[in-house]
Ligand binder design. Sequence first.
Ligand SMILES: [Zn+2]
Length: 255
Amino acid sequence: MTGHHSWGYGQADGPSEWHKAYPIAQGNRQSPIDIDSARAVYDPSLQPLVISYESCTSLSISNTGHSVMVEFEDTDDRTAISGGPFQNPFRLKQFHFHWGTTHSQGSEHTIDGKPFPCELHLVHWNARKYATFGEAAAAPDGLAVVGVFLEVRIAKISVFFSQGTKAQFRGFNPKCLLPTSLDYWTYLGSLTTPPLNESVTWIVLKEPIRISVKQLEKFRMLLFTGEEDQRIQMANNFRPPQPLKGRIVRASFKA
Ligand SMILES: [Zn+2]
């Protein structure tokens, strides 16, 4: 989601500058956060997360200028998550990645101060309560984002994909991007990119995944456009952890 102001991850337009055009950047429920695993509160009332991606329909893949994004058909509840802390199913709209130039950084959320090389965000919206994704993105209970840590760097794939380019990307099921265990932490937060709306219930999965070489190849093939002069180096597209401001992080599992 791009706002009306230009923003990025550089020195002049990066996360520390976002509050000038988007004052909510200094709000009370901003994301990402560092998850202090010892301070997270086990909540036995949290239901297991149910991820129904069986019949999901991917549409396209694009370089948004800030990330690589895969979009999905979201006209019904067939591709949705439910359970967890949610009353309603939330439909999958898109997923995208945040990553770094080195193994030592890249994820947005960190666990006990430790970042991962890459973080996947699966973005869902509450279509029972809101008419459009845009409407949901402006509401405090409109979005549900599942964060998954990846243990492999994906920086190289985007280098070959020019900004603004959109390609068909059908038949990709993001189920292969989920770990075996769906144990999670949950807290109330925000989008991590402008406009930084405080509309997200975050689900951060405890178990990271290792993306397979085969999977990576599939991305790589589709991302190659051949327009070398339009290549942009996209990496370090992550916002650092934000103040907790009294929020409680709940865990679906016993530490
Ligand atoms: Zn994201």
